[in-house]
Ligand binder design. Structure first.
Ligand SMILES: NC(=O)c1ccc[n+]([C@@H]2O[C@H](COP(=O)([O-])OP(=O)(O)OC[C@H]3O[C@@H](n4cnc5c(N)ncnc54)[C@H](O)[C@@H]3O)[C@@H](O)[C@H]2O)c1
Length: 278
């Protein structure tokens, strides 16, 4: 398709207003830019202002509609302010992406009360407070879509007890909200990535961890942020109009075919070692 032709078509989020938390982070930046390219007015929310502010200016310079807001997802007053901003500046709200999050890999016997409270507050309580804050405006805007960024840590085990609990909890919040607010025209779904490259969370991964990933994940690599963003876009748009309470796994096959894949990798290595010994 010619570029001009694409530009003349209405985007997949044309006429929608979207609020994305963690918009200064690896995935948040890519999701926000994609949403803006698809015609949404975007509200970028984060506690770390620099990258989100810069992206908001870039979108506006290109002729899009964007606003950055400093929003700590754990603070109800920040959510109230963001909701008022959406109403005042863009006339409503149609999409919330609960993307902000922090990782923690501490096992249960070592975790402190403080770490537990912090991770649960940001990854679980934050999205719940946000959901509560935006729901009436989604209803008054004619309905909408909430996309909760969970993790494969909500489907299988994860080394960090706080992270696992927060992401399993968010999966529950997704289902409960999807059930209760159908009559308001609100759909709620969760997205479950495994590892995502070019993110703050992956920045400290060791070479050994990356090598192990290549062996353990059937697609032999982490996801690129755009591969997750495309899934979030689909759930945010009307293209997913019959999908609610669902979870979409974006993990290169890790949770579905990971076990037989790893067995094949190990069997292969074992056969090669045996052949060398003969
Ligand atoms: N990177 C991965 O491998 C991976 C895998 C599965 C799921 N996830 C999930 O994806 C989401 C996005 O993370 P990412 O991979 O882009 O990591 P990231 O660290 O690059 O981005 C996270 C963003 O959240 C923001 N944030 C942290 N605390 C906040 C708060 N209290 N209020 C508002 N914003 C806050 C950070 O400032 C940062 O910009 C997270 O929910 C994460 O748990 C990430």
């Amino acid at each position: 398709m010619m570029r001009g032709e694409r530009m003349s078509k209405p985007g997949r989020l044309h006429g929608k207003v979207a609020l994305i938390t963690g918009a200064s982070g690896g995935q948040g930046l890519v999701e926000t830019e994609l949403f803006a390219d698809e015609g949404a007015a975007v509200i970028l929310a984060d506690v770390s202002d620099g990258p989100g502010k810069a992206l908001a200016s870039k979108i506006v310079k290109r002729g899009g509609r964007a606003l950055y807001v400093n929003l700590d997802v754990t603070r109800p007053a920040h959510w109230s302010r963001a909701v008022r901003l959406a109403q005042r500046e863009f006339g409503g709200l149609h999409v919330l992406v609960n993307n902000a999050g922090v990782v923690s890999r501490t096992p249960a016997a070592e975790v402190t009360d403080r770490e537990w409270a912090r991770v649960l507050a940001i990854n679980l309580t934050g999205p719940m407070i946000g959901t509560r804050a935006v729901l009436p405006l989604l209803r008054d805007s004619g309905g909408g879509s909430i996309v909760n960024i969970s993790s494969t840590a909500a489907l299988v085990g994860h080394p960090g007890v706080c992270y696992a609990a927060s992401k399993w909890g968010l999966r529950g919040v997704t289902k409960a909200t999807a059930l209760q607010y159908l009559s308001w025209g609100v759909r709620v779904n969760s997205v479950h990535p495994a590892q995502v490259s070019e993110t703050g969370m992956m920045a400290n991964a060791t070479p050994a961890f990356r090598a192990a990933n290549r062996q353990a994940i059937p697609m032999a690599r982490a996801a690129r942020p755009m591969e997750v963003a495309q899934c979030v876009l689909f759930l945010a748009s009307d293209e997913s109009s019959y999908i609610t309470g669902s979870e979409i796994v974006v993990d290169g096959g890790a949770t579905s075919i990971g076990f037989p894949h790893v067995r094949n990798v190990l069997a292969d290595a074992y056969n090669k070692r045996s052949a060398r010994r003969r």
